[in-house]
Design a protein around this ligand. Structure first.
Ligand SMILES: *Cc1c(COP(=O)(O)O)cnc(C)c1O
Length: 418
């Protein structure tokens, strides 16, 4: 059973001032998640979570995470600007970009971010644009399949990210010659993992490589960055990860691999996005039409422009009809948005309680990679983002787009829009 963090009564109250659709985030849930993560890694004095900004690029959200001791992981110039606006500076910022335009290194350098190099050839661009910092991270791609036991989790050999093992050694050597004193090692090998074994397995791989790299090159390893990839239970039948168990699994690998190698001072970093924010956000939309043809359709006022994951990945997002949490799911519906695209479906042949026009639908787990993947196809406008504060009040942390925003990138000297 998945439980919304707002009731029908609360949603009705919110809708009076903030028309649907909108994304809403739960401050209490965000803080609770951040604290559970910190507690799980409290055995490691240098631990820090660098929240992946791309998941929820809103400075109000970033500020809450900063209060909880998090840094941010940025991948572009505007994300770096957002990090700065939210108060992050220096080593509170990780810059994990790829195919990086030169200008972005200049900004990352100016903000004092830790640079996480995706490729060997980027050493040259970084040096030219911002010099070679004393602390640099390199991203590893081990190639092959990434498996946990007999389960193949992903195919690093097909991923565009990271350096080969040989390139890592070469990169560390060259960077040391150029003045780098301390190193990070990073890898992201599987996304949205629903197993407590992902981080411990990844950690063990990275710890072993770190020991080898240290022995081969003499490089001082300052941190291991486990990146993102810890998943969330999108489906009611999914079992949630237990972050305490995950932290303990990483600790065991640390004790077994790093400590005996004399590397018991290495800090552990994470760059979680989905785990931190996913369940702490929801998309609330109104049922505005019903249509009976070969299937039963419920048309809502949100569309894939507000939440792209179902259209793009066929991703499941649970839907609760607010106020009917306990009603029998005795109807089969297709819940659809208004795009001229047949993949604009939030739910396909889903068993739900009877839906009437005007009902408020709560689409779960949109707090990460939800609003942020929004777009303007069909001239649809991005929604507002709201924050449910810990005291129960609601703050609008981003207004909805208006047609003026849509037209803002045209030259108005040639046209009139009204
Ligand atoms: C996307 C991304 C993350 C966050 O991934 P989640 O699946 O949201 O945990 C972290 N680090 C990097 C480099 C990423 O690209």
């Amino acid at each position: 059973m998945k439980t919304p963090f707002v009731t029908l009564q609360k949603a009705r109250e919110i809708v009076r001032e903030n028309p649907t659709p909108f994304h809403i985030y739960d401050e209490a849930g965000i803080r609770r998640t951040a604290r559970a993560l910190r507690a799980a890694f409290s055995w490691n004095p240098g631990f820090k979570e660098y929240f992946a900004v791309k998941a929820t690029p809103n400075p109000f959200i970033l500020r809450i995470l900063r209060e909880e001791g998090c840094g941010v992981d940025c991948a572009s110039e505007t994300e770096l600007m957002l990090a700065k606006a939210a108060g992050f500076a220096g080593h509170e910022i990780m810059f994990s970009s790829n195919e990086t335009p030169d200008a972005e290194f200049a900004r990352a350098g100016a903000q004092g971010a830790i640079i996480n190099l995706d490729d060997y050839t980027l050493i040259e661009s970084m040096e030219r644009m911002c010099g070679v910092p004393e602390l640099v991270c390199c991203r590893f791609n081990p190639g092959g399949n990434f498996a946990i036991g007999n389960d193949i989790m992903d195919m690093p050999k097909d991923a565009k990210y990271g350096m080969t093992r040989e390139q890592l050694t070469q990169a560390y050597r060259v960077l040391m010659q150029k003045g780098t004193k301390r190193f990070g090692l990073h890898a992201f090998l599987a996304s949205n993992t629903l197993t407590n074994e992902y981080y411990p397995t990844l950690a063990r791989i990275l710890f072993k490589e770190a020991v080898q790299l240290h022995r081969e090159t003499g490089a001082k390893i300052a941190f291991i960055n486990l990146s993102g990839g810890v998943g969330i239970p999108y489906r009611p039948e999914d079992t949630a990860n237990d972050i305490a168990v995950i932290g303990e699994g990483v600790r065991r690998a640390y004790e077994e691999v790093l400590v005996p190698a004399g590397m018991g001072d290495v800090a552990i970093f994470t760059e979680l996005g989905r785990f931190m924010l996913g369940p702490n956000g929801a998309l609330i939309t109104t049922a505005i039409h019903e249509k009976h043809t070969y299937k039963e359709y419920i048309g809502v006022d949100a569309c894939a422009c507000n939440l792209m994951r179902p259209a793009m990945y066929g991703a499941y997002h649970h839907v609760t009809v607010l106020g009917k949490e306990n009603a029998p799911a005795d109807h089969v519906y297709n819940v659809v948005g208004g795009l001229c695209e047949n993949n604009d479906k939030f739910a396909i042949d889903r068993r739900l309680p009877e839906i009437n026009r005007g009902d408020l639908l709560y689409i779960h787990d949109t707090g990460a990679h939800g609003f942020s993947m929004g777009y303007n196809y069909n001239g649809k406008l991005r929604s507002a983002e709201l924050l449910l504060r810990e005291d129960g009040s609601v703050q609008r942390i981003r207004r909805a787009e208006t047609p003026k925003d849509y037209f803002a990138t045209f030259d108005f000297t040639d046209f009139r829009f009204e």
